[in-house]
Design a protein around this ligand. Sequence first.
Ligand code: FES
Ligand SMILES: [Fe+2]
Length: 376
Amino acid sequence: MPSRLPPFEPDLARASTLPAFTYTDEAILAAERERIFRRTWQPIAHAADLAAPGAYVTGDVDGAPVVVTRDTAGVLRGFHNVCRHRAGPVALGKGARKSLTCKYHGWTYALDGALLSTPELGDARDFDRSCHGLRPVRACVWGPIVFVNLDADAEPLERVLGAIPDETAGARLGAIPDETAGARLGAMRLVARKDYEIACNWKTYVENFLEGYHLPTVHPGLYKELDYDAYRVETHRLYSTQVAPIRRAPTEQAGARQYAPSGEGELEALYYWVFPNWMLNVYPDNMSLNIVLPLGVDRTLTVFEWFRHDGATPDAIERTIRFSDGIQLEDIEICEAVHRGLASGAYETGRFSTLRENGVHHFQALVHAHLTSAAR
Ligand code: FES
Ligand SMILES: [Fe+2]
């Protein structure tokens, strides 16, 4: 199926967008699951739940169940959450345990994956317990998030993230009020989560995130907050950054804004998108993680999680979420309308704004490259 894809033009000024069928074709989604979602680092849980030895969290990558443990020696370990007996789950939810016992027939595994006991196995012949440990998957923690990658050959998350850890350590956020000084992601805690199911292809939602071109028309409220002229998208190998300076305003108007300019220094919001499907929105006093998950060619789940420093007041959290929710509803409405357009039969392919859509072009080039690369 990917062979039906026409070549993708690397020159933004000459390129056409991905053809409409890539947003509606089941075979394309199957190829995306196999070649993209199962070969990239996926956020699946929270680091706070894995702090102490004995802790475990479960999650899934494109439907494949995984469990991550902090073993008794304090080492982080990832496994397929699939029992070697008859594929039952060895852990549910999250918690703390000395070992993991399968919920089906009770085989028990150590937190390092070794098979410890097999009740009532009887006299099974040629059964070597040491060859039946949990199958490992790669796992790591960055900031407040636990990531898993099903591809044993994928490059380390650290390399994928490039300059993001340094940038989010605070330097580019400029003048930060005292109580939020050092807006370091790792020190933030989860305060809220909201799921949105959207009637569009996952790529449509990601593409919408990757340009500020629609700000004046789709988000008049957010448009007031940000300096649109200075808004820019910087693309890197496997991620892109949207730099959105907060617009300066006369003092009497500042209170009407979500983020009042604080005088000296540049207050910026940093919007990161990391290939293929997660975004980090870093504001002076909070951050949110958005995860985009395909449910079908025309259904997408977006998970929003908000993180703040401990000192943040419930009021401020509530305000942040309300503001973000309003923007999300505006995005959902336009993404669903775009999906209907893509599926209408009236559209084949389009062109990019060279001023505003370099991030979308970058994303589409990566998707295309993954779909057309030689199968491993
Ligand atoms: S499937 Fe796990 S013990 Fe049977
Ligand atoms: Fe938007």
